[in-house]
Ligand binder design. Structure first.
Ligand code: HEM
Ligand SMILES: *[C@@H]1O[C@H](CO)[C@@H](O)[C@H](O)[C@H]1NC(C)=O
Ligand SMILES: *[C@@H]1O[C@H](CO)[C@@H](O)[C@H](O)[C@H]1NC(C)=O
Ligand SMILES: *[C@@H]1O[C@H](CO)[C@@H](O)[C@H](O)[C@H]1NC(C)=O
Ligand SMILES: *[C@@H]1O[C@H](CO)[C@@H](O)[C@H](O)[C@H]1NC(C)=O
Ligand SMILES: *[C@@H]1O[C@H](CO)[C@@H](O)[C@H](O)[C@H]1NC(C)=O
Length: 336
């Protein structure tokens, strides 16, 4: 009953944050931001792509019932979480980097810094450490008590999405056309699987043909990387400079070298093309718009109660619903 009510509200109710502050931890955990940054830096020394993988987590967390680290909850016997949702399964990665940041923070200031805030700090740090813009993040989020695979499946966009669908989707989160294009510029770093582009390469919209928006020589290259019947876990760089957060992604779109349909469509569609063109010739304009978009994305909240999780993968208190032995002293405490 309570669960059904929550889900009914959750898909609709997005509240924009008013209670977040840049200095939220300045007294309670003054080194929080330094600690997160050093963990991200170390992770990138092991694998440059960790930056991209960590940054993507903010998007997948914040779009589904707000920025509340619901994404990070592992499945339990009573709850199907978001990790195995359509857009996340076999795709989201680097959860262990967030675990490391949480462990370091719990050592220094136990019970203070939320996992939701770690995601937002980590995303910013990933961009900065990849050569992108620096900005101040607002903090003070709480971690959710639950997660919803169903909501993630319903909300998160497919790589097949076209620009008009994406414009409408982002509008539901008070994100403008400019925000959509700028935030898509996050694909300036990282990789995508062949799985995400097979339809574009071989059967766009069920036509039996490739997407004609491809630059022909680029398509040839992708055909070799992602042959029909090949390993769809092979990955493709999302732009020509996948380790550097720059505006190359937009230059690539102008040249028909976008990887995902959801990328290239931003150049095909005239409303979004305007911004692709602007960002492709002016990197500081891209950086400025991207920072605005990330702050708005980080402001999304569910309005539901929360906590500071000790471990990002599990809620602090899990009621043992089946643990109610008759005539037990525990009865009044646990089974009330
Ligand atoms: C506009 C709608 C979007 C769609 C349809 C989309 C879809 C995708 C897909 C399909 C992949 C590759 C996944 C795979 O093949 O396993 C990907 C990767 C990525 N996405 Fe998005 N995305 C969108 C917006 C965003 C936003 C807003 C952000 C961050 C602010 C973001 C950050 C990333 C990053 C950094 C990667 C690379 C991850 C890695 O290398 O591990 N995306 N996205
Ligand atoms: C891709 O990798 C995942 C594990 O990450 C595996 O479960 C899946 O079967 C693989 N798919 C293919 C087509 O190899
Ligand atoms: C965009 O995608 C939506 C939903 O998949 C579809 O209904 C619409 O016809 C598409 N628009 C264009 C211009 O292709
Ligand atoms: C939506 O975004 C606009 C422009 O960024 C902002 O002025 C407005 O306060 C936002 N509305 C809500 C409900 O957050
Ligand atoms: C292309 O997609 C359509 C519609 O989904 C399907 O009917 C057709 O069999 C596919 N063709 C190939 C070659 O996969
Ligand atoms: C690029 O964009 C920045 C920030 O919006 C702006 O101040 C600058 O004038 C632009 N540069 C050019 C060459 O248009």
């Amino acid at each position: 009953m309570a669960l059904a009510l929550f889900l009914a509200l959750a898909s609709l109710a997005i509240v924009v944050a008013t209670n977040l502050h840049p200095n939220f931890y300045s007294k309670t955990c003054p080194d929080a931001e330094l600690i997160v940054r050093s963990v991200i830096k170390k992770a990138m020394e092991v694998e440059v792509r960790a930056a991209a993988s960590v940054m993507r987590l903010q998007f997948h967390d914040c779009f589904v019932n707000g920025c509340d680290a619901s994404l990070l909850l592992d499945d339990t016997p009573n709850m199907l979480g978001e990790k195995l949702a359509l857009s996340n399964i076999n795709s989201l990665r680097s959860y262990e980097v967030i675990d490391e940041a949480k462990e370091a923070l719990e050592t220094t200031c136990p019970g203070i810094v939320s996992c939701a805030d770690i995601l937002v700090m980590a995303a910013r740090d990933a961009v900065v450490l990849s050569g992108g813009p620096e900005w101040e993040v607002k903090l003070g989020r709480k971690d959710s008590l639950m997660a919803s695979q169903e909501d993630s499946d319903e909300i998160m966009p497919s790589p097949r999405a076209n620009a008009s669908y994406l414009v409408n989707l982002f509008k539901k989160f008070n994100l403008s056309v400019k925000d959509l294009v700028a935030l898509s510029g996050s694909h300036s770093i990282g990789e995508g699987r062949c799985f995400s582009i097979m339809f574009r390469l071989y059967n766009q919209s069920g036509s039996g043909k490739p997407d004609h928006a491809f630059n022909p020589s680029y398509k040839e290259k992708l055909d070799k990387l992602c042959p029909l019947g090949g390993d769809e876990n092979v990955t493709v760089d999302l732009d020509t400079t996948p380790g550097i957060f720059d505006n190359q992604y937009f230059k690539d779109l102008v040249n028909g070298r976008g990887v995902l349909n959801s990328d290239q469509t931003l150049y095909t569609n005239l409303k979004t093309r305007e911004y692709v063109e602007k960002f492709s010739v002016n990197q500081s304009e891209f950086y400025q718009a991207f920072v605005e978009g990330m702050i708005k994305l980080g402001d999304l909240q569910s309005g539901q109660p929360g906590e500071i999780r000790r471990n990002c993968r599990v809620v602090n208190f899990q009621p043992m619903l089946n643990f109610c032995p008759a005539n037990s002293l525990l009865e009044t405490r646990v089974c009330k």
